[in-house]
Design a binder for this molecule. Structure first.
Ligand code: ADP
Ligand code: MG
Length: 256
């Protein structure tokens, strides 16, 4: 069963065809990597799916509902979550309060209720923090967190909306290799445990080949490959785009 169906999606900026007739599906429970060189059109795809950017043409349907024309908030309410860069207020609250705020927002409650009800959703917030391995830091000020831990809390905040599809555009940007691997391993575990689907971009081929159920490849706005790690690794067009003809992925990156 297909959760998200994208058909002939296109977007141009001036003369640049950022996304050019791209079609792909995401199945329920699938951990799908979207890869491609810088400028390939990955972020443009993400921004059309989440409603921030209107496509020039094409269709995006989620569980049978057409998304094109809907506002970001409507799409978010339909169950498509994304990891946001943390809000400006993030540093002024404790870790658990940040997750509580997200739960309050998901429950349609307003910020006015926040002050008198600091225990609101606390138990559920602690549960979400436990899922991302951050329960021990619940009552610490968020500003004290290390970068990788902020990313985990961002993930808990995204999960507070109970998404069925989660969009993650470069979730590990700025992370060291070990942190990268750990965060993607964590997301993969959540995909399996919760049965959600995730579309993500990631620069490390090691990480992509180790964890993605399926990989789709964009180059200059075109989808050039769609398959499992082995088929992508052996795909001559993909090799050409990344390394020039004849080269293969480095040995250390070909070990999944
Ligand atoms: P990726 O995320 O794969 O690096 P992007 O989707 O960000 O690629 O960009 C695809 C192409 O579209 C690039 O050529 C980029 O310069 C161009 N582009 C993206 N956003 C805009 C914009 N808002 N205005 C003009 N050009 C843009
Ligand atoms: Mg991008």
């Amino acid at each position: 069963m297909s959760d998200l169906a994208i058909r002939k999606l296109s977007k141009a900026f001036g003369g640049v065809r950022a996304v050019n007739e791209v079609s792909f599906d995401i199945k329920r429970g699938e951990f799908l990597a979207l890869i491609g060189p810088n400028g390939a059109g990955k972020s443009t795809c993400f921004n059309m799916i989440n409603g921030q950017l209107a496509p020039d043409s094409g269709e995006i349907s989620f569980e049978g509902t057409e998304l094109v024309g809907k506002k970001p908030r409507e799409i978010w309410r339909l169950g498509i979550g994304r990891t946001f860069q943390v809000a400006a207020t993030f540093n002024s609250m404790t870790v658990v309060e940040n997750v509580q705020m997200a739960l309050i927002s998901h429950a349609h409650q307003t910020y006015r209720l926040w002050k008198p009800a600091s225990s609101l959703h606390r138990a559920r917030a602690l549960e979400l923090l436990a899922q991302v391995g951050m329960q021990d830091a619940a009552d610490r000020p968020s500003r004290e967190l290390a970068y990788g831990d902020v990313k985990r809390v961002e993930l808990a905040i995204a999960l507070a909306n109970d998404p069925r599809l989660l969009l993650m555009d470069e979730p590990t940007a700025g992370m060291a290799p070990k942190e990268r691997n750990d965060l993607i391993a964590l997301v993969k575990r959540l995909v399996i445990e919760r049965g959600i689907s995730v579309l993500f971009t990631e620069h490390s081929m090691d990480v992509v080949f180790a964890f993605a159920d399926r990989i789709i490849v964009l180059a200059r706005g075109r989808l050039i490959a769609d398959g499992d790690a082995r088929s992508i690794r052996d795909n001559p067009q993909v090799r050409e785009v990344y390394f020039g003809t004849g080269k293969t992925f480095a040995k250390s990156e070909a070990s999944s």
